[in-house]
Structure formats: structure tokens, C-alpha cells
Write a protein of this length. Structure first.
Length: 345
């Protein structure tokens, strides 16, 4: 059984302040996706209109551009590696970038249209969503470049919207949608089959897993009702809460400490408290945010936009720590300190 939730009174919610450290503009233009490396040292951004990927030093935000073949879209990152889906005429690929040397070291072709990408926790398998004319699938690429495709069913009118790997790497959660509704598929990559599908009411924009994998957050958009988040208990594969957020959610990220989910909307970033399952704040730092990412220690939030800028925010820092962080971040602008604000209803 699931419950409907409404935004809580912000005065009753203990949330950290958000401090804007600054904004960095990069030459590549509009940013499609962001990822933070597992050690927190590197931030990676894809520029789908520029055939390039920006690799940032997460401490100073100094960036280097890495050229890729085709338009890069989705990215995930581990220590020293970034995995990027790119679309070029005649062939979609997953490009592997060494973030230390800032160069492409491998490229794996994918049948059909490559969508989202994830990596197993041990780094031995790459998972890529595939959409072909009449089928959708999940490509599993091992360290030797061998590709195995798991069939996900009829693809007519359906897309693969997003995917996430479980903490043990055995299960991959794959979001698929048609024009009216969506499904969250639970795929056992060892057995090579779908073991559960969970229907949701609207087309899916993104999915995210809590750090322990106990909860899946599914962002959806309906032309009549707007945006919403379904919370799914992965032990029983059932929806346990639904949060109406309005707007048009595009992408989201869960803080590793499990306290918050950040949802990029077309004009702000909504902050969902996982304790109260409600929207407790909205962050407006750029006119059109496209995606968000969170550092492994949950203390930095990165917000990218469609103009090619990344805003860096500290989460829950005191004044002294704020001054220290400002000294280390190479930013083009440093806005005022920003405290908690009430969420728009």
C-alpha cells in the first residue's frame, strides 16, 4: 500500500543550509549529464552539442575538454574512469575515458540507440540501455569488451529512460516508458532475465537508488498532473509513497548519506527529504538546470544547466568552512550565502 504525501511545513524539518560557492562556465555548451567519481576527486560533464566531455578537478573546478566521437549524452564515473554513451551517424558507442590522462582509452559499439549507462560496483561490467526499432534491451559489457544483450521485450513506441545498478551488481533497475505510462524492470544480469516489472502511472524521466539499495526513486512526468516521484521498496518491489512535485522533472541524484534526493526541474532543483518523503526546499541557481550530482561525502551539490555552466553548492557547512571552500574553488562568480527557503506548493 502506498501513501500520498504533501510538502511538509519547512519549519518542522531540520535541513542543512545550502551555500553557493560559485559558478563555472565551460566552452562545451549545454550539459546533458553529470557524474562524480567514486572517490569524489573528479566531476564529469557531457556536452551533447559539442562532441566533447569536460573533466573537472572537483576541488578547484579547473576543467579539461576531452573530444569524443559523436554527441555524448549519459555518463557514470568511477575512480579514474568515466563511461559515456555517444551517438554518431551509423553507430552508438560507450566511450571509456581515463580521467587522469584525459583521453578516450576504449569504445564499445552498441546496437540501436544507446541510452543511459551504469557500472557495476566492482567495475567489471558496463550496463547500457538499448532501444531498437522493435525491441528494447540491456547491454552488458565485460572488461574484455564482450557484449551480451538481455532482451527486455517489445520496443514499439517504448524507450529506455534510465537505469541503475544495485550495490551488489547483480540487479539492474531499468526504466522504460511509452507515451502514456512507464515500467520499472528489475533485471537479474547473472540469470539474464527480467525478474519483476513494476508499472507506474506516467512516463519515467529518471530513477535513483538509495545508497543501501533499499529504496528506488522514480521521477515521472504527466502532461496533465505534472511531475511526481514514486518511492519503491526494493525488498517487496512495491510503491510505498508518491510525492507530487509539479513542474517537469528531468534528472535526479540521491545524496550518499541517504538524507535527500535532488531533482532537476526546468527552472529549479527540488530537494526531497527522505525522512519525511516531502519536498522541503527549492534551489534556484540557474534559469534552466539540466542535471545534478552529489559528492560521495554528501557535502557538495553540483548543478549543471543548458548554457554550459556548473554551480557548486556546499551542503550543511558552517561559516568558517564556507570561507575555506571559497578559497579552493576556481569560480567565475560567487553569489551570496543562501539559507533554507520554503518549498513552493
Amino acid at each position: 500500500m502506498h501513501k500520498n504525501t504533501v510538502p511538509a511545513d519547512v519549519t518542522d524539518v531540520v535541513e542543512p543550509d545550502f551555500v553557493v560557492l560559485g559558478t563555472v562556465a565551460v566552452p562545451g555548451g549545454a550539459i546533458a549529464d553529470l557524474a562524480v567519481s567514486t572517490d569524489g576527486a573528479t566531476l564529469v560533464a557531457t556536452h551533447y552539442g559539442d562532441d566533447s566531455v569536460s573533466v573537472f578537478d572537483a576541488d578547484t573546478m579547473a576543467a579539461a575538454a576531452v573530444g569524443v566521437r559523436g554527441g555524448p549524452l549519459f555518463v557514470t564515473a568511477t575512480e579514474r574512469r568515466a563511461y559515456v554513451t555517444t551517438s554518431a551517424q551509423g553507430q552508438d558507442v560507450v566511450a571509456v575515458i581515463d580521467t587522469d590522462t584525459e583521453r578516450v582509452i576504449a569504445a564499445y559499439p552498441v546496437a540501436g540507440t544507446a541510452t543511459d549507462v551504469a557500472i557495476s560496483p566492482d567495475g567489471t561490467r558496463i550496463f547500457v540501455g538499448q532501444a531498437e526499432q522493435d525491441r528494447v534491451g540491456l547491454a552488458v559489457i565485460n572488461t574484455f569488451g564482450r557484449i551480451n544483450t538481455i532482451d527486455l521485450g517489445d520496443g514499439m513506441g517504448r524507450t529506455v529512460d534510465a537505469l541503475q545498478a544495485s550495490s551488489n551488481g547483480r540487479l539492474v533497475y531499468v526504466a522504460t516508458s511509452d507515451a502514456e505510462s512507464g515500467k520499472l524492470l528489475v533485471v537479474d544480469v547473472v540469470e539474464g532475465r527480467v525478474i519483476r516489472d513494476i508499472p507506474v502511472a506516467s512516463p519515467i524521466r529518471d530513477i535513483a537508488l538509495s545508497h543501501d539499495g533499499a529504496l528506488a526513486y522514480v521521477a515521472m512526468f504527466d502532461t496533465h498532473w505534472g511531475g511526481s516521484i514514486d518511492v519503491i521498496d526494493t525488498a517487496i518491489n512495491e510503491i510505498t509513497a508518491k510525492v507530487g512535485i509539479g513542474g517537469a522533472p528531468m534528472q535526479m541524484a540521491v545524496s550518499p548519506d541517504g538524507a535527500r534526493v535532488y531533482i532537476a526541474d526546468y527552472e529549479h532543483v527540488a530537494v526531497l527529504s527522505t525522512e519525511t518523503t516531502s519536498i522541503v526546499d527549492t534551489l534556484t541557481v540557474t534559469a534552466e538546470p539540466s542535471c545534478v550530482a552529489v559528492s560521495p561525502d554528501s557535502r557538495k551539490l553540483y548543478i549543471a544547466d543548458h548554457e554550459g555552466s556548473v554551480t557548486v553548492m556546499s551542503v550543511g557547512v558552517d561559516a568558517a568552512a564556507h570561507e575555506t571552500e571559497l578559497m579552493t574553488v576556481n569560480v567565475t562568480t560567487v553569489p551570496e550565502l543562501r539559507g533554507l527557503q520554503a518549498a513552493a506548493v
